[in-house]
Design a protein around this ligand. Structure first.
Ligand code: NAP
Ligand code: MG
Length: 462
């Protein structure tokens, strides 16, 4: 795979000050496919300085011109979509069809939405005798995970640029090639030098230096709750703004009136896609006791269909972690009805599509985020019981409700402590705010709510 041996700084690829490197591995066959710099504090400092220096000019650029650059970025991403899909498949391991349909296509839709929003957003409003100006927050530190490598980047960088902010990106160490491709696209789109900068590197080194840097005004982080907590503490001490998209343990609530087969099949597909490495995946399926056995049979059959279709997990560490959870589920008394901890293949970090029945709310696999292709099916007695189970974790990122009538599902969804709920299999909407209640995060991404994270207000009184 093609890789740059520098960092993208102030509009050009330049050698990193740090001599350390990251080896990029293909999770499907465990082969090293490329090498990129592991930037250090000096590299982060140079990138933040570049972003700071160019901030006044970019902040003063008319929104229509910022929108034009985002439209150009959308067009470059569209022109290079096959290369994006191939790169994501090489470093994340997802099947090529999924990389094309999701990993390449969704970021194009999100970039397009911000090209549009930047042009139309009211950056000024009248409130009584005041004019309120919505101004860029400043220099943004974007720290992203590997699970949707390009989407996570675009969901931060596009609204930041639309708002007039400048950015330093530290992408996940496992998927730096997609980030380099994105930097090329930003360059091709004619975004001025210094507005966007990329430092590949390790979280505890480059990531931490970036979060701590006094030249950063906002830290926008997506990743684990453990790292998010540390970043929030660092940002809090420096009175920096922070946006956190963290873990999840979302509930798929199947009410007794629902089309059971559809709810189960869509639910299983939701968990197995991207090998379960989706923060918003509905990893807990809640089924009424009268329909429980039928649901378990359907889910086991649905999961088996993914055995040959599923990609590997991103790394050996992630594979081991997921296997550990499967072993824990067995040890705590849950019943395996599909998959299990054994490796389904000789090479590559694969985990079989796994389904647990007889899962109780107190079990580890019902409480902790597994981040692999593992579904837990829980039994409820009545609606109040279902609600208590659905809301009974520290997380609150997403969820689903299925019922015979939409209104019945909506009534239940209103009582869920979670940021997004799909009603009877509702479609993904790139304009809908995405983010967590409780320990799933702080702030929202996508659409106008995502743009607002990168703006601060100034009021002028007349
Ligand atoms: P992670 O370990 O928290 O890493 C996320 C990012 O933070 C990576 O770029 C990582 O660098 C960096 N990082 C690690 N330690 C850091 C530190 N001390 N200071 C600053 N940055 C640091 O998470 P992950 O394992 O990559 O991703 C899985 C987790 O992300 C899951 O919990 C999942 O739910 C969550 N997630 C949430 C969302 C959402 O939108 N809510 C979306 C996707 C994923 P390295 O790559 O070098 O470790
Ligand atoms: Mg990590």
């Amino acid at each position: 795979m093609k890789a740059h041996d520098g960092i993208y700084l102030d509009g050009a690829w330049r050698p990193a000050a740090s001599r350390d490197v990251i080896e990029v591995v293909d999770p499907a066959d465990e082969r090293v496919i490329a090498q990129v710099p592991a930037g250090g504090a000096e590299d982060v400092d140079a990138a933040v300085r570049a972003a700071r220096a160019t901030l006044p000019a970019w902040a003063a650029t008319p929104p229509a011109e910022r929108a034009a650059r985002l439209a150009a970025l959308r067009d470059v991403l569209t022109a290079r979509k096959d290369e994006i899909a191939e790169t994501v498949t090489a470093e994340l391991g997802s099947p090529l069809a999924f990389s094309q349909a999701v990993h390449a296509a969704v970021p194009i839709a999100v970039a397009a939405s911000y090209a549009d929003l930047a042009a139309r957003h009211p950056f000024e409003e009248q409130v009584g005798n005041s004019t309120v100006l919505h101004e860029p927050v400043g220099v943004v530190a974007a720290i992203t995970p590997w699970n949707y490598p390009l989407h996570q980047i675009v969901a931060k960088v596009a609204p930041a640029l639309a708002a007039g902010c400048t950015v330093v990106l530290k992408p996940a160490e496992d998927t730096p090639l997609t980030a380099q491709l994105f930097a090329e696209a930003v360059h091709e789109a004619g975004v001025p030098a210094g507005v966007f900068n990329l430092v590949t590197g390790l979280g505890p080194v480059a990531g931490q230096a970036l979060a701590e840097h006094p030249g950063v005004d906002l830290v926008s982080f997506t990743g684990s709750t453990a790292v998010g907590r540390r970043i929030a503490a660092v940002a809090g001490a420096a009175i920096k703004k922070v946006a956190l998209e963290l873990g999840g343990k979302s509930a798929n609530v199947i009410l007794p009136s629902a089309d059971l087969a559809r709810a189960v099949n869509v639910g299983v597909a939701n968990v197995m896609s991207n090998s379960g490495q989706t923060c918003s995946a509905w990893t807990r399926m809640l089924v009424h006791r009268d329909r429980y056995d039928e649901a378990v049979t359907l889910a086991a059959a649905a999961a088996a269909k993914y055995a040959d279709r599923i990609g590997p997990l991103v790394s050996a560490a992630q594979r081991d972690r997921v296997r550990g959870y499967i072993e824990k589920g067995v040890a705590e008394g849950a019943r395996l009805v599909a998959g299990g901890p054994e490796s389904p293949r000789e090479r590559g970090w694969f985990v079989a599509p796994t389904v647990f029945a007889d899962v109780t709310p107190d079990m580890t696999i019902a409480q902790e985020e597994i981040f692999g292709p593992v579904l837990s099916i829980l039994r409820y007695e009545d609606e109040e019981d279902a609600l208590r189970i659905a809301n009974g974790t520290v997380y609150g990122l997403a969820g689903a409700v299925w019922a015979g009538e939409e209104a019945e599902a909506v009534a239940f969804a209103r009582r869920m402590d979670t940021g997004q709920v799909d009603i009877n299999g509702g479609r993904f909407n790139p304009l809908a705010p995405f983010g967590g209640y409780k320990q799933s995060g702080v702030g929202r991404e996508l659409g106008t709510h995502g743009l607002a994270e990168y703006l601060q207000t100034k009021s002028l009184q007349f």
